[in-house]
Design a protein around this ligand. Structure first.
Ligand SMILES: Cc1ncc(COP(=O)(O)O)c(C=O)c1O
Ligand SMILES: N[C@@H](CCOP(=O)(O)O)C(=O)O
Length: 461
C-alpha cells in the first residue's frame, strides 16, 4: 500500500514512513492511494470474529509489507487488553433501532484510546527496527493528550510534548495528562485555544530546525494510523446489528473530522452505510459548510463539550481531496485560500460532501436537556459530546427502519460540569483513576507563541 499527500507535492510513502512522518512535507495529509473493497458476502463472514481479529482483517491491507502479520496481531491484542469490556466496543440499545456505541472503555475513557493504544506500539516497532527516535508534538482539546501520553509514556524511542489550551479543558482531562510524571512526557498549557495549539504543531512540521536534527512525529489524527484504527469499530458495530445484510447509519460528535472520516472510509470499503451524520457544538464550521456551503472561520466558543471546540478541522482536507477528484494542486490552492480567509466549495465539491454527509448543530442548553431527558427515560448517562451526537441523530434520521448508531466518544465522568448542569449525579471515577485529584501535577504554562513553545521543546529533548 502506498500513501499520497492531499496536496500532491510530497513523495508517496509506505505505511512505516507515513506513520513516522505524521504530516506530509507539502503540508498535506497522507491518504491511501487505493482502498480495499469488500463484497457483502465477505463482510458477512466477519460477523463472528472477536474485535481483535476483526481489527486485523480490516487494518492488514494498510500495513502489509511494513509490519509482519504476527507482530501486528500481537500489537492489536496488547492494545485492546486494557479495555474494560470483553467486546472492546460494546453497543447499548436506548430506543427502537437506536444504539449507543461505547468507545470509552479504554484506559483514558475516550475513543482516542482505540487508535493511540495501537499507535504507540506501531511506532515503537518501526523505530526499534530502524534504530531511530522520535519527538512527538501533539495538540489536544482534552482527550487526545491523555490517550497519546498513555500510549507513548513507556516508550524508549519517544519523547512526547502535548499542547493543551490553558483553562479550556476539563479538570479531569487536564489531570489525566499532567499527573503523568515520566521523563519523556511534557505537558504545555498554551494561553490560546485548540486551533492555536494545532496550528503550532503544523507549523513545526513545516520548519523543524528547532529540533536540532531530531525527527518530529504526530499523534493527532493528521497521522494516517489514527484514522486506520478508527475504521474498525464502524465494522464491528454495524455487524452486530445485522450489516451487511441491512444498512446502518451513524451519528458522530465531530471536531477534527477524523472519527467520521473513518466512517466514510468504512463505507467506501463496502460497509452498507445509509447516513453519516456530522454532529457539532456551537463551533459549527462543519455544519455550516455541509448545510450552506459556508466555510468561514468564526471565533472559537468555549462550550460544555470542550473536546469539540475546534474551528480548523484538519481531516476535512482528506474529504475535500476526494470531493475534488483527488487533485492535489486544487487542494493546495484551496487550503492556502482557507488559511487567508473564507472559502466556499464549487457546486460539484459541495454536492459530493452533501451526498455523503448530513449535519446538525447542538448548543449547550440542548446538550444538557438531552443528557437529562435520556437519563430520566433510560437511566443511561451520556457525556456532552455523545448527547450532541444523539440529538443530531434524532434530527437527521431519515429512515427509522435503519439502525442509527451514535458514537459515545467519551465517558461522562470526564465532564462533570455538563453532567451537573443537566441535573444528573456525577459518576465516580473508575478504580484506576480514583486518586486523580490527589496526584501531583506538572505542566508548563506558556504564552500563545510558537517561538516559546519550540524553545521549550528544544530545551527538553
Ligand atoms: C469526546 C470527543 N468527542 C468527539 C471528538 C471529535 O472527534 P474528531 O476530532 O475525530 O471529529 C473529540 C475530539 O476529537 C472528542 O474528544
Ligand atoms: N478532540 C481532540 C482534538 C484533537 O483531535 P485529533 O483527533 O486530531 O487528535 C482532543 O480531544 O484532543
Amino acid at each position: 500500500m502506498k500513501y499520497i499527500s492531499t496536496r500532491g507535492k510530497a513523495p508517496a510513502l509506505s505505511f512505516g514512513d507515513v506513520l513516522l512522518a505524521g504530516l506530509a512535507s507539502d503540508g498535506g495529509l497522507y491518504v491511501p492511494e487505493t482502498l480495499p473493497n469488500y463484497s457483502k458476502e465477505e463482510i458477512a463472514t466477519w460477523a463472528s470474529l472477536s474485535y481483535q481479529d476483526l481489527a486485523f482483517k480490516v487494518m492488514w491491507p494498510f500495513v502489509e509489507g511494513d509490519i509482519p502479520a504476527d507482530a501486528f496481531k500481537t500489537m492489536i491484542n496488547d492494545a485492546y487488553a486494557s479495555f474494560n469490556h470483553a467486546s472492546v466496543a460494546p453497543m447499548v440499545q436506548i430506543g427502537n433501532n437506536e444504539w449507543i456505541l461505547e468507545l470509552f472503555r479504554g484506559p483514558t475513557l475516550a475513543f482516542k484510546d482505540f487508535a493511540l493504544q495501537l499507535l504507540g506500539r506501531l511506532m515503537d516497532y518501526v523505530l526499534s527496527e530502524r534504530k531511530e527516535k522520535l519527538v512527538i508534538l501533539g495538540a489536544t482539546s482534552g482527550d487526545t493528550g491523555s490517550a497519546a501520553i498513555e500510549g507513548c509514556r513507556h516508550s524508549e524511542y519517544l519523547d512526547i510534548f502535548i499542547l493543551h489550551p490553558y483553562e479550556r479543558v476539563s479538570e479531569v482531562q487536564r489531570r489525566q495528562m499532567t499527573t503523568v510524571i515520566d521523563d519523556n512526557v511534557f505537558n504545555i498549557a498554551v494561553k490560546g485555544n485548540f486551533d492555536d495549539c494545532q496550528g503550532m504543531v503544523k507549523s513545526s512540521f513545516a520548519d523543524q530546525s528547532f529540533l536540532k536534527g531530531a525527527k518530529l512525529g504526530a499523534v493527532n489524527s493528521i497521522n494516517w494510523a489514527r484514522i486506520m484504527a478508527q475504521v474498525v469499530y464502524y465494522f464491528s458495530s454495524a455487524l452486530s446489528v445485522g450489516a451487511p445484510h441491512r444498512e446502518v447509519s451513524f451519528s458522530v460528535p465531530t471536531g477534527n473530522f477524523g472519527d467520521i472520516f473513518a466512517g466514510y472510509l468504512a463505507k467506501k470499503m463496502g460497509l452498507p452505510i445509509d447516513q453519516l451524520v456530522v454532529a457539532t457544538n456551537q463551533n459549527d464550521i462543519l455544519h455550516r459548510v455541509i448545510s450552506e456551503n459556508d466555510m468561514s472561520r468564526k471565533s472559537l466558543n468555549v462550550t460544555l463539550s470542550p473536546s469539540m471546540d475546534i474551528m480548523v478541522s484538519s481531516n476535512f482536507e482528506r474529504l475535500l481531496f476526494d470531493a475534488h477528484g483527488r487533485d492535489g494542486s486544487t487542494i493546495d490552492d484551496l487550503m492556502a485560500r482557507f488559511n487567508k480567509g473564507d472559502v466556499s466549495l464549487t457546486d460539484q465539491a459541495w454536492s459530493f460532501v452533501r451526498e455523503n454527509f448530513d449535519s446538525y448543530k447542538v448548543d449547550d442548553t440542548k446538550t444538557c436537556e438531552v443528557i437529562s431527558d435520556v437519563f430520566k427515560s433510560t437511566q443511561y448517562l451520556l457525556d456532552p459530546h455523545t448527547a450532541i451526537g444523539l440529538e443530531a441523530a434524532r434530527q437527521c434520521w431519515k429512515n427509522k427502519s435503519v439502525p442509527m448508531i451514535t458514537l459515545a466518544t467519551a465517558h461522562p465522568v470526564k465532564f462533570p460540569e455538563a453532567v451537573e448542569k443537566a441535573g444528573c449525579q456525577i459518576p465516580m471515577l473508575p478504580e484506576h483513576m480514583k486518586d486523580l485529584f490527589e496526584r501531583k501535577e506538572s505542566y508548563e504554562v506558556l504564552d500563545n507563541s510558537l517561538d516559546d513553545v519550540q524553545a521549550f521543546v528544544s530545551k527538553n529533548i
